[in-house]
Ligand binder design. Sequence first.
Ligand SMILES: [Cu+2]
Length: 158
Amino acid sequence: MFKQLTSGLLLGLFLASPVFSGTAADDIQVMDPWAREVPPGLTTSAGFLTLHNKGSKEHKLVAAESPATGTVELHTHINDNGVMRMRPVKDIPVAAGGKTELKPGGYHLMLMMLKKPLKSGEKMPITLQFEDGSKKEIQAEVRHFSMEKGMKHMKMDH
Ligand SMILES: [Cu+2]
């Protein structure tokens, strides 16, 4: 009886407490957005960035688009019996107060049907869309990416 009363009271307090939070686009800070350079003839590349959620509730990246591409998909990598394969995902979650990294070997923006080659040093505009419909435009820097450099990055993260 006492237990029930206590949890009821706690739940009441929790529900009554005001949540100060803006839109997802207000809460999310985008850090270090970049896209992989591709040679002429290749029309597919990948974009990477870190999403930092400064808000008090979870947010989700649900879509992305860019005038430089025909389409952008949200992808992740899965380890399928030792083989890394890409899979489209519905959304990319970012916990309240947390960070989600899009990086080689993990979550990424799949940049498809590029309208022209991506050259190192260029900026590529990408619009991110979140679960509440709010949007954020970012400028991804095009960079040359070698696997060696990528491996170093991955090691540093552990
Ligand atoms: Cu992909």
